[in-house]
Design a protein around this ligand. Sequence first.
Ligand SMILES: Nc1ncnc2c1ncn2[C@@H]1O[C@H](COP(=O)(O)OP(=O)(O)OP(=O)(O)O)[C@@H](O)[C@H]1O
Length: 778
Amino acid sequence: MSTLFQQEQQHLQDVLEVVDQQTQKLKAETSKRQQEVVSIRRHFWDEVKINTDTFDDFLETVINLRQETQALAVGETTYDHVKKRLSTLQKMQNAPYFARIDLKEQGMNEAEPIYIGISSLMDETGEDFIVYDWRAPVLSVYYDDEPGHVSYKTPSGTVEGELEKKWQYLIRNGKLISMFDTSLTIVDELLQEVLGQGTNKQMQSIVSTIQREQNKLIRHEQGRILIVHGAAGSGKTSAALQRIAYLLYKHRATLKADQVLLFSPNGMFNSYVANVLPELGEENMQQTTFQEYLQQRIDGDFTLETAYEQLETLLTNSLTEKMKSRFAAIHYKASTAFFAQIEQYFIALTEKGMQFKPIVFRGEEIVSANEISQQFYMIYGQLPFAARLEKIQQGLINTLKKRAKYERTKNWVQEEMELLSDVAFEEARRYFARKKGFKREEVEQFEMSEQQLAQLLVARRFKPLREAIEALEFIDIPAIYEGLFDENTFISQDEHWAEICQVTKQQLASGILLYEDATPYVLLKEWLVGMQVNRQIKYIFIDEAQDYAPFQFEVLKRLFPAAKFTILGDFNQGIFSHAHQLNNFEHLIELFGEQETTLLAMHRSYRSTKSIIEFTRQLIPEGQAIIPFNRAGDVPTLTILQSRQQLHEKIQHRVVALQQQGMATIAIICQSAQESKDAYEGLASSIDQLKLMKSGSAEYEQGVIIIPAYLAKGIEFDAVVIYDASKYRYGQERVRRLLYTACTRAMHQLTLYSLGEPSGFLHSPCEQDVIQTIVEGE
Ligand SMILES: Nc1ncnc2c1ncn2[C@@H]1O[C@H](COP(=O)(O)OP(=O)(O)OP(=O)(O)O)[C@@H](O)[C@H]1O
């Protein structure tokens, strides 16, 4: 064993001792803080004397309450803080650092070793760093630079220096396994070892092996929008999560985790990435899906088709004339041209085209739609759009008030009074007593008049109507949206416009809003009722961004006016129909302008073995640009079979063999949900604990699963089995990217089967010998 290795072992022991001491100290403090909080909670009401007899007493009570609440809040925050630090220290007991640089800053006589870990560690005096947090400004040097002259930015200016050495350590359970001098050779051993491990139920942090191109993404700070186009498995999601951790650290005085929002493809993905930030000692950002946002805004206006349902329909139906029209509509409705058209339509609504719903009470029309329309265009016609609605709203509320007074003497009120239960009567009496200023102990003495009861009953009946008016529900938004498709409303440049108008109107009449209409509808709704923008969110991350239509980006930009955007995607995985014609994110430059936009490309792919990448990159045009990470593995195989029974037998044997090789997550990937269901029915009895993943599934499952390709997006498996890569399933150009997405989910093993003639997309890989073909007899 070299002296250097021994020295490093000793150093590790010393650091671990400090970690241990600090852990013990903090444990004692945690229990002290916990007791404090429990005690404040328990005695909260003893400390606060409620006295409301005089105004001064009341004031004292309020002050008292506030002091106790503050004490509780401070106690809780300190406790949370201490607990969080304790959890980080516990992780550092396993590996307190993962790398080191020797840096001689300008003006220093000799190089200082800087150890790098997931968090910083100070010595006893609290003045010197034993370990630096990987996000410290100086450490950009570790990720970005080779030995030699370096400079890095700090809040107080640029610092120059000489980087003498770079080391990486492999430390497991507090033991130094190996160390590499990465300044001498580019060693990938550590990365090899990390990538060679099996998948986990959840995504892992990549902090100890961040690569240079990923570091650019992580530490980027300029402009409002960063767009990353990265190959499958290039670490877009991983690096994005590291970026969030970095931003939370760098801006810790001003940025909180709930001001960062990640748009992810589905709920299952949410659970898949949920562990990365806590692993790094940070709180999780907020997460949502675009579908959730749409659902919340459509709120009962229609039944909403999901993006997956749309895709499933397109995948499982043959290309009839009707389907062709639908494709045309999807493309047009995803475009910025359609966005501009809606904008024009909205402006034109100031002159004509608004539609309203009448105000109806107990089946009787109190104000007709026509009257509201007259107010909008005639009486308040000179006012701006929103002001007209406000005037109408006020007028309608006044009408309701008058009408309510009038209703009090009606028979229905009398009848309701008679039918009122004792409990409801008592509740009403108490309500009035309190309103009239009766104290709790005096309530019994209060007598409620019949008039008061009538007033209450009527008010309750009018409440939903008043709330609907306050929410501007008298605007008939579905009808206005439909009006957009009156052929004579617009002369659109799109050649399919007449056809689009016709099919959309028919569809809207059914009460189901197709996915391609959802964002346009919501946009129009936001404009009509006043856009609900969110200024709290400071950073938005959009993963799998190739799935978003240009139209959707326009909406997101408006919804989050204070946010900076990080957009990550791969057009080769663009499986939704609107994405077919797009090959890059250039169109997004226009969103905020060139000055505000940075485009980054990531070509190196880490997920799969070299053999798998050599195969998958043959599936797509320009795939040669993807650089595989040098990790050995078996060449993928394609087995051509003639019967389903044979197929199922082969898959079953293959799954057993893969399990014997230690593959913990095995996905049998199908083209659609329909195919997944059929495959599941055929395989469930022969594969133990086989699970079928559906679009509503919330958890990413380990073991053997069957999953449609579009749901497997963004996640990965030790081994992937393509259920049927035949020409029948993957014949048309529009599903090329689906097959690519499915195959690129594999980390270590990829096996394809084909029932009959294989997909034409496999010709090139077969010719290039990057896949081994086996033909089984009849
Ligand atoms: N620097 C790294 N160190 C260790 N592992 C890495 C690194 N970069 C990526 N990986 C691993 O590669 C795999 C793919 O990463 P990730 O899922 O982030 O890629 P992606 O670009 O989002 O992929 P896709 O677009 O295919 O969903 C993950 O297992 C991740 O942990």
